[in-house]
Design a protein around this ligand. Sequence first.
Ligand SMILES: *[C@@H]1O[C@H](CO)[C@@H](O)[C@H](O)[C@H]1NC(C)=O
Ligand SMILES: *[C@@H]1O[C@H](CO)[C@@H](O)[C@H](O)[C@H]1NC(C)=O
Ligand SMILES: *[C@@H]1O[C@H](CO)[C@@H](O)[C@H](O)[C@H]1NC(C)=O
Ligand SMILES: *[C@@H]1O[C@H](CO)[C@@H](O)[C@H](O)[C@H]1NC(C)=O
Ligand SMILES: *[C@@H]1O[C@H](CO)[C@@H](O)[C@H](O)[C@H]1NC(C)=O
Ligand SMILES: *[C@@H]1O[C@H](CO)[C@@H](O)[C@H](O)[C@H]1NC(C)=O
Ligand SMILES: *[C@@H]1O[C@H](CO)[C@@H](O)[C@H](O)[C@H]1NC(C)=O
Ligand SMILES: *[C@@H]1O[C@H](CO)[C@@H](O)[C@H](O)[C@H]1NC(C)=O
Ligand SMILES: *[C@@H]1O[C@H](CO)[C@@H](O)[C@H](O)[C@H]1NC(C)=O
Length: 712
Amino acid sequence: MILSILCLVLSATSAYMPGDRKTYIVHMDKAAMPAPFSTHHHWYMSTLSSLSSPDGDAPTHLYTYNHVVDGFSAVLSQTHLKNLQKMPGHHGTYLETFGHLHTTHTPKFVGLKKHAGLWPAAGFGSDVIVGLKQYGLKISTTFDYDSPRDFLGHGTHTSSTIAGSRVQNANYFGYAEGTAIGVAPMARIAMYKIAFYNDTLKAAAVDVLAGMDQAIADGVDVMSLSLGFPETTFDENPIAIGAFAALKKGIFVACSAGNSGPRPYSIENGAPWITTVGAGTVDREFAARVTLGNEELSVLGKSVYPENLFVSREPIYFGYGNRSKEICEGNSTDPRAVAGKYIFCAFDYKGNITVSQQLKEVRRTRAAGAIISADSRQNMFPDDFDMPFVTVNLNNGELVKKYIINADNATVSIKFQITILGTKPSPQVAKFSSRGPSLRSPWILKPDILAPGVDILGAWVPNRPIATIRDIGKLLTEYALESGTSMSCPHAAGIAALLKATHREWSSAAIRSAMMTTADVLDNAYDMITDISTGAAGTPLDFGAGHINPNKAMDPGLVYDIEVQDYTNYLCALNYTSQQIRVLTGTSNFTCQNDNLDLNYPSFIIILNNTNTASFTFKRVLTNVAVTRSVYTAVVKAPAGMTVAVQPVTLSFDEKHSKAEFNLTVNINLGNDVSPKRNYLGNFGYLTWYEVNGKHLVRSPIVSAFSVSNGQ
Ligand SMILES: *[C@@H]1O[C@H](CO)[C@@H](O)[C@H](O)[C@H]1NC(C)=O
Ligand SMILES: *[C@@H]1O[C@H](CO)[C@@H](O)[C@H](O)[C@H]1NC(C)=O
Ligand SMILES: *[C@@H]1O[C@H](CO)[C@@H](O)[C@H](O)[C@H]1NC(C)=O
Ligand SMILES: *[C@@H]1O[C@H](CO)[C@@H](O)[C@H](O)[C@H]1NC(C)=O
Ligand SMILES: *[C@@H]1O[C@H](CO)[C@@H](O)[C@H](O)[C@H]1NC(C)=O
Ligand SMILES: *[C@@H]1O[C@H](CO)[C@@H](O)[C@H](O)[C@H]1NC(C)=O
Ligand SMILES: *[C@@H]1O[C@H](CO)[C@@H](O)[C@H](O)[C@H]1NC(C)=O
Ligand SMILES: *[C@@H]1O[C@H](CO)[C@@H](O)[C@H](O)[C@H]1NC(C)=O
Ligand SMILES: *[C@@H]1O[C@H](CO)[C@@H](O)[C@H](O)[C@H]1NC(C)=O
């Protein structure tokens, strides 16, 4: 099996643009091409050259698109634009927009095993081609390569997550040590560089469209995109446009849900033909052991300090008796008091001083290192650990405090580079993971699914430092820990590649359905998956159908399938104009006769628009994808304020591919007590179809949420 890496150079963002020149995406009506032209490209070039003004001001052609849209992109002046809009065949012009980033143990955590389940069944994803987008992040002041070479490391990290080969002794400075392997190690990867870092990172819509256009031309089976554009109507979003074209070719498209959580309605990439992936934690933590005095107390804390350092009985300082000093508030500590010592910072129970503010004070005072008492809501990044620094939980923080106060001469020893596996509870929904509903399309529950996205070990570019030690400098590594929905998206894409290798005939909607109806809703402590930002149980607006379970997704029993025409009907129901629908579907051969916001989706959501009551009947069709005939019965679990009726409650399927319909009627009555409203943002239950005398169960979340106009 060959792992081939194919790259494409795209650098439209560096085009020179004086005066009123701007970049546009131009949609053309292919049918209007005059007969003398042999290709559309020639026609577009001729159209563009006819726009040149006598003073020599000529438009600059960037890309001709063949799959994602009928048309091209170009840099045009206002005069060019005005004249272009009068040309025959001109159908629509959109101004350039810019997107932003959503930035070895994980295959095992999702349950992939070498000898059983989806991995061997799918030949480890052999012969499936995954297209993925790479881009990078701010570091330095250097410029990106004007070539396909990965500058920022992000594309390297995400592609190794999807299809990295087995590498022994992979680790991040002694943490997460083990054999690293991608989700679909035998899949082949094609990488398309669609974003360039030059002072800022630019993912230009014209480049994203060109990358997706080329990926379709190259025949990829799966696309993975870890970036997002502002939520607009879908016809203005290059990822939604490219994903629709991919859908028509049977290409599965996974996208990151965004890193704007835990705010409701913060989902990006919410188009229903995209699989939208949120991020969860994994059952692995990086730790340091803190031992006080003569082993009076020994506790584990969190750290990824990247040095093989053993701190041995060093003095530790605590600003006892003054709240500002105790919590290491800015400018509270005299550097002379802590010089050369370790400093303990207590948790700010009364206020809101964060660990990063405390770290700033620790750095200012030049303490030798720090132990900070922190709760689980604090976001820590590997870059924060540029000195010997550990966070301990609040209980242990109290113990450390008591020890220091009572010891005559308090000392601390610290051992770094500890990795703990099997931590509970996990997964938890990451704080940053964007939350549903989708602003532009709330009638479809988003995100679809949760996948690992916190402290993911992946390959890294060897020449870009990712860690620093304060007194030593920048460090290089071949493997880095990264967090984001950027990291969860390639997990879902890799699993889609495995499913595609196992079930060649499954549509993108069938693959997504299989992932969703078999997802885990309980964590490894057998409780409902928690939202780390609240510490309480999450809802499907946080984790979609649940945490992805690839081995179960291989054999879902039944799927909810969706055809391209159904998505067109959905666009009609959104009241899109025929021009908007044409931009997305790439055809004018459609009529809006069956407008329908109720797609055959494996989840159910009711949007309450300034009301406490609602009633809605969803229509669904299930397809048998198991080889045997089967009978299923419906079981509903509904929360207070929601009643659910299923008609009929028993479904029978004959041979493989046979179908059966049902209706699901949801009645919501929240009564008069809707305060606090927040409690009803994500009131949810489940519909589960249980196979009679069989092993399959097909589960869908049923959720109600207030519309965004309710001020949530
Ligand atoms: C980045 O900017 C530099 C200086 O403006 C330019 O020379 C280079 O071509 C740019 N690179 C890319 C990839 O846009
Ligand atoms: C600490 O002092 C510096 C310099 O005087 C000042 O800029 C900064 O705002 C102070 N920080 C706090 C948190 O008061
Ligand atoms: C606490 O320490 C800070 C910084 O040294 C000082 O400004 C403040 O007055 C002290 N507060 C009390 C109550 O002593
Ligand atoms: C801390 O909280 C107070 C009130 O709760 C607020 O006024 C203040 O802006 C917050 N400070 C920071 C740094 O978030
Ligand atoms: C406190 O401990 C340090 C480190 O072990 C030692 O060097 C120092 O002499 C001790 N001081 C007292 C007063 O015991
Ligand atoms: C579309 O327009 C119809 C008729 O005006 C309206 O009833 C419906 O609510 C609109 N749909 C959406 C999604 O805005
Ligand atoms: C338009 O769509 C209809 C229905 O899907 C199909 O029968 C017909 O062939 C299509 N016409 C063209 C020109 O593609
Ligand atoms: C909600 O209802 C209000 C008034 O009844 C209406 O103006 C608004 O468009 C509705 N919003 C949605 C999302 O349907
Ligand atoms: C679902 O409800 C519709 C009426 O809204 C009815 O025509 C249809 O027969 C029902 N389907 C099933 C499977 O009961």
